[in-house]
Design a protein around this ligand. Structure first.
Ligand SMILES: C[S@@+](CC[C@H](N)C(=O)[O-])C[C@H]1O[C@@H](n2cnc3c(N)ncnc32)[C@H](O)[C@@H]1O
Length: 214
């Protein structure tokens, strides 16, 4: 990964965060090349539920977006050290002048994007409660409806889920939102070996012609 993408995450990040970036880079690299889709470049890339956006550098190096936006509803929640995700995000984005961290609920977010990414979105009550978030945030159908609404014509939605059952649930929700799956891939690999369930990657486009969008 270091040679192919000319990155050295460990120079700017902690050992754990740089290792996690290599994992996401590896998944994107192997996933995209396995399914044979063109990798979008330029345009607006919006990542949903980006946490502290610790992987912004990976998205930047893969997609070279004109604008990179991470939307996170829990951006102001305080950690034990008195900092919030927005504070950490400021550090991760310091070297990326095209990048922005937006604190907000994506189901109400309306900026169009050419590429929308979502790593492990919450789809079940169990997942939301494990993160100590209110159940009122569990609105996966609204989330996927909003993704379809915000995708620019020809745009791509890329998602990563925990294991095949969650991916199957995500598929039902995407289909109900009029998103059409264009590819999927099981991301098992040594850099993801710490996960209980292998990541499942999928790629989606809008079924709705551009002129008929709600
Ligand atoms: C399982 S975590 C994944 C975090 C990150 N994508 C990663 O790969 O490390 C899901 C994240 O989505 C955020 N989230 C949940 N619902 C959201 C919403 N409606 N709008 C924006 N962010 C949301 C949560 O606060 C949490 O940070």
């Amino acid at each position: 990964m270091r040679d192919r993408y000319q990155v050295q995450f460990e120079l700017d990040m902690s050992a754990l965060t740089s290792r996690n970036n290599y994992e996401y880079l590896d998944l994107l690299d192997r996933g995209w090349s396995s399914v044979g889709l063109d990798r979008p470049a330029g345009g607006v890339l919006c990542d949903i539920g980006c946490a502290s956006f610790w992987y912004a550098a990976t998205l930047e190096v893969l997609f070279l977006p004109q604008r990179l936006v991470g939307v996170e509803v829990e951006g102001h929640r305080l950690f034990r050290d008195g900092r919030a995700r927005i504070d950490y995000a400021a550090g991760y984005l310091a070297r990326l002048p095209n990048a922005e961290f937006v604190v907000g609920d994506y189901t109400r977010y309306s900026e169009p994007a050419d590429l929308i990414t979502s790593w492990f979105p919450f789809l079940t009550a169990t997942a939301i409660l494990a993160w100590r978030l209110p159940l009122s945030l569990l609105a996966p159908q609204q989330l996927f409806n909003r993704i379809r609404h915000n995708l620019r014509p020809g745009g791509l939605f890329f998602m990563v889920n925990h294991g095949p059952d969650e991916a199957a649930l995500a598929e039902r929700l995407c289909v109900a939102a009029k998103l059409r799956r264009v590819a999927h891939w099981d991301g098992d690999g040594c850099l993801s070996a710490h996960r209980m369930l292998a990541p499942v990657l999928s790629w989606w486009q809008s079924e709705v012609p551009a002129g008929n969008r709600a």
